[in-house]
Design a protein around this ligand. Structure first.
Ligand code: ADP
Ligand code: MG
Length: 664
C-alpha cells in the first residue's frame, strides 16, 4: 500500500495542489474518494479496510513533501452514506460516510500531540508522541546514565498541542417518519476542521469508526461506545427533499396548477380528519407554502415564514392539527414546549458527557431550520427559551454566548404553536390577552392567531359527532381529501423551489395599503407602538405571497391580497374583542391592555402625578382611589392597575400605602 500511496501523493497534480494549499496557509489536502479509486483500486480498498494505517502513512508522506509537520490528508465523497441507525459492529475500524444534522458542537480544546517529559532525577527531556486517546508517559529515562523509571514531569510549554472538538450528529428530521426518535452518533474532529459547522447544519461526514470500552464504576465491561473520528466534513446547502420529485411528479403538479379550484382543494386537504376550523386550515396551508424572505441591500433580512398560534380549550384538536403538519411538512418537527430534557426550543449549553466541558446543543427551532416546527404546549417553554424565542421568531437566528461558547445558529423556521388558556378554559368575560399565558411581546411575533373555543352548539356538535363517528366506521371512505398528503408534500417542495411570487400589479399593493391605513385609523389614539402594526403589514405581505404560491403562480393578485386580509381580520376579530366596549381592539391583543382600559390607566397615572406634586413626590394610594372613584373608576381597577404597573416597573412603593412613578 505504502508505495502506491507515495506514488499517488507525489503525482504531478497532487504536488501542484499542495504548493497552492501551503501558499494559502492550508493545513490539509482533500481528495475525492473517486480519484483514489481511479488511481488504484487496491489503495482505495486499503483506505476502506484500515483507515488508521492509511492516514498515518499519508500524513507522514505529506509532511515530508511540504516540510510542514502537521499536513494532513482528508478523503471525502464515498459513493454511499450509511444511515446512523444502520451502523453495526462490522463498521468498526472501517472508513465510513454518514449524513445527518449536527446536534451538538463542543468547545475547542487543545489535545496533547507530542509531549515533552522531563526526568525529575536527571533533568533529561524526551518526546513521547500521543496516539489514541490514552495519555502516555515514557517508560524509562532516555539518558543512558540515568535510565530510571522517572518520575517525569510534563513540560507543557514545550509540548505540542492540536485543536480537538467533539460533535454529535443526529439523523435528519426529514428522514424520520411517524415519530421515530432520532439516533445520535458521537464524533471527533481535529486540527483545521474544528468549527467547520454549527448545530443545525446538515452535513456529510467521512471518518473512521472507533470504539471505546465502557466502564461501570471501576469494572470494565465488554460493550463499547462508538465514536467517528472525522476525516472530512462538508456542510450541505440544499435539502435532500428535492430529490423526491420525479419528472412525472412535476408534470402532474403543473397540470394541477391549471385547476381554478386548486386553492380550495389544498385547504380541504389539510388535516381532513378534523372537522371545521377552515380559517385555521387556510392559515396552515399558507404556512406550508410560505414565501421567500426579502434580503435588503443593507443586509437586513425580512423573514418569509409565517408563524401561527392556536390557543384553545382542551380537546379541540390542537395537538392533532400540529401532528398532521409535522408529518406532511418537509422538515416538519413536532415537539412540546414542556420537554424537560435536551436543548428545548432554541439552543443551550449542556455538559458534554463524553469529552467533559460544555457543548452547544441545537433545540427544536434550529433542527427544523428550513421547515416547520410544531410546538405543542408552547406556554410551558423554559425561561431560557422564553428569552431566546423572540430573536429566533423574528430575526430567525439564535445568538448564544454561554459557558465560553459563542455562536449564531439559524432558525429559518416557520412556527405553529399551540397553547392552553391560562385558566384551563376560555372564559367569555375576560380579555383574550389576559387568558393567553404568553407575553404580549411574544404574541406580536405571530402573524395569525386563532382562538379555538369548545362551546356546545347543538347543530355543530351533531355534525362533528357525525364526522368523527363516520371516521370510525369506515376510515378510508370518510377520509378522501382532494389531494393526498404525499401529493401535497410534493407540491410544497416543488413550489418552494420553483415558484417565487412577486407584486407586479400596483393595484394589489393599493388594496393592502388601504386596508392597513383604515385599520390603523381605528387604532388611532391607542397605545400600540407603530412597529407592532407594521409587523402586521409584513404578515399581510407574506400571506398574500403565500396565497399566490399556493396557486403555483408567480404573481400576487388582488384576490390573493383580499384573501389574506380576510384571514387576518378573522384571526384578530375574536381574539381582540374588548369586553368593556365590545369592539375589536388590536391593542388589547398586542399589548395586553385595551384602549378603554388604557385611557383609564393613563387617567390614574395623571392623578398620581398631581398628588405627587402636592405630597412631595409620593401619592397616598387611598387618595388615588378616592379621586379615581369620583370619576367612576372602580377601586378594584386602581388596585389591580397599581400592582400591574409595579410589576412593569413604572410605579414603585416608597412607603407602605404610597406610590411613586419611577420616571417623573
Ligand atoms: P387538544 O390538543 O386541543 O387538547 P387533541 O388534539 O388532543 O386536543 O384532540 C382531542 C380529540 O378530539 C382528538 O382525538 C381529535 O381527533 C378529537 N376532535 C376534537 N375536535 C375535533 C373536530 N373538530 N373534528 C374531529 N375530531 C375532533
Ligand atoms: Mg393537546
Amino acid at each position: 500500500m505504502n508505495e502506491k500511496l507515495v506514488e499517488f501523493l507525489h503525482g504531478k497534480e497532487v504536488l501542484k495542489e499542495l504548493r497552492k494549499l501551503t501558499a494559502a496557509g492550508q493545513k490539509s489536502l482533500t481528495v475525492e474518494f473517486e480519484r483514489l479509486l481511479n488511481f488504484n483500486m487496491k489503495l482505495a480498498k486499503a483506505l476502506l479496510d484500515s483507515p488508521a494505517d492509511f492516514f498515518a502513512a499519508a500524513d507522514k508522506i505529506l509532511s515530508d513533501i511540504t516540510k510542514l509537520p502537521r499536513m494532513r490528508l482528508r478523503v471525502c465523497g464515498l459513493d454511499q452514506s450509511i444511515k446512523i441507525r444502520k451502523i453495526r459492529a462490522e463498521q468498526v475500524g472501517r472508513f465510513t460516510q454518514v449524513e445527518g444534522m449536527l446536534k451538538r458542537v463542543g468547545e475547542i480544546k487543545p489535545e496533547l500531540r507530542v509531549a515533552i517529559f522531563k526526568c525529575r532525577r536527571c533533568g533529561e527531556e524526551q518526546e513521547v508522541e500521543q496516539i489514541n486517546e490514552v495519555y502516555r508517559e515514557p517508560l524509562l529515562c532516555a539518558n543512558p546514565n540515568c535510565g530510571k523509571r522517572g518520575p517525569f514531569d510534563l513540560v507543557v510549554e514545550n509540548s505540542e498541542f492540536r485543536d480537538w472538538q467533539s460533535l454529535v450528529l443526529q439523523e435528519r428530521p426529514e428522514e424520520l417518519r411517524g415519530g421515530q426518535i432520532p439516533r445520535l452518533l458521537s464524533m471527533v474532529v481535529k486540527d483545521d476542521f474544528v468549527d467547520k459547522a454549527v448545530p443545525g447544519n446538515r452535513v456529510v461526514v467521512t471518518g473512521t469508526l472507533r470504539v471505546f470500552q465502557e466502564r461501570d464504576q471501576r469494572e470494565r465491561k465488554t460493550t463499547f461506545r462508538k465514536v467517528l473520528y472525522v476525516s472530512h466534513i462538508e456542510v450541505l446547502q440544499k435539502g435532500i427533499e428535492e430529490a423526491e420529485l420525479s419528472p412525472e411528479d412535476e408534470a402532474r403538479i403543473k397540470e394541477l396548477a391549471k385547476d381554478p379550484w386548486l386553492r380550495n382543494m389544498i385547504i380541504q386537504s389539510i388535516a381532513p380528519s378534523i372537522y371545521g376550523y377552515d380559517p385555521v386550515k387556510e392559515a396552515i396551508a399558507l404556512q406550508l407554502f410560505g414565501c421567500d424572505p426579502v434580503e435588503l441591500p443593507d443586509g437586513t433580512r425580512i423573514r418569509g415564514d409565517t408563524h401561527i398560534l392556536l390557543t384553545g380549550d382542551p380537546g379541540v384538536a390542537k395537538s392533532v392539527l400540529l401532528k398532521w403538519v409535522a408529518n406532511v411538512a418537509p422538515r416538519g418537527l413536532y415537539t412540546s414546549g414542556k420537554k424537560a430534557t435536551g436543548a428545548g426550543l432554541t439552543a443551550s449549553a449542556v455538559r458534554d458527557e463524553f469529552g467533559g466541558g460544555w457543548t452547544l446543543e441545537a433545540g427544536a427551532l434550529v433542527i427544523a431550520d428550513g421547515g416547520i416546527a410544531c410546538v405543542d404546549e408552547f406556554e410551558k417553554m423554559s425561561d431560557e427559551d422564553r428569552s431566546a424565542i423572540l430573536e429566533s421568531l423574528e430575526q430567525q437566528t439564535i445568538s448564544v454566548a454561554k459557558a465560553g461558547i459563542v455562536a449564531t445558529l439559524n432558525t429559518r423556521t416557520a412556527v405553529i404553536a399551540a397553547c392552553n388558556p391560562k385558566f384551563g378554559r376560555f372564559e367569555r368575560n375576560r380579555t383574550t390577552a389576559e387568558q393567553i399565558a404568553l407575553d404580549p411581546v411574544i404574541l406580536s411575533r405571530f402573524d395569525a392567531l386563532f382562538i379555538m373555543r369548545d362551546e356546545p352548539r347543538a347543530e355543530r356538535d351533531r355534525t362533528i359527532a357525525h364526522h368523527i363517528l363516520e371516521l370510525h366506521r369506515d376510515p378510508t371512505r370518510a377520509l378522501k381529501p382532494p389531494l393526498d398528503p404525499e401529493t401535497l408534500r410534493k407540491m410544497i417542495i416543488y413550489s418552494r423551489r420553483d415558484v417565487h411570487p412577486k407584486f407586479k400589479d400596483k393595484e394589489v399593493l393599493k388594496v393592502i395599503e388601504d386596508f392597513f391605513v383604515k385599520w390603523r385609523s381605528t387604532a388611532e389614539g391607542g397605545v400600540a407602538p407603530i412597529p407592532i402594526t407594521a409587523r402586521q403589514l409584513e404578515a399581510l405581505v407574506r400571506l398574500s405571497k403565500a396565497n399566490a404560491r399556493m396557486r403555483l403562480s408567480d404573481e400576487v393578485t388582488v384576490e390573493d391580497a383580499n384573501r389574506s386580509i380576510n384571514l387576518i381580520k378573522l384571526s384578530l376579530q375574536e381574539a381582540g374583542i374588548d369586553p368593556e366596549s365590545g369592539k375589536v381592539d388590536i391593542d388589547i391583543l398586542m399589548t395586553g391592555v385595551s384602549r378603554s382600559q388604557r385611557s383609564k390607566i393613563d387617567r390614574v397615572l395623571d392623578i398620581i402625578r398631581d398628588l405627587e406634586g402636592r405630597y412631595g413626590g409620593v401619592a397616598p394610594v387611598d387618595e388615588v382611589k378616592r379621586i379615581a372613584g369620583e370619576e367612576g373608576i372602580k377601586e378594584k381597577f386602581v388596585e389591580n392597575m397599581i400592582e400591574a404597573e409595579k410589576l412593569r416597573g413604572h410605579l414603585y412603593e416608597p412607603k407602605p400605602g404610597m406610590v411613586s412613578r419611577a420616571v417623573k
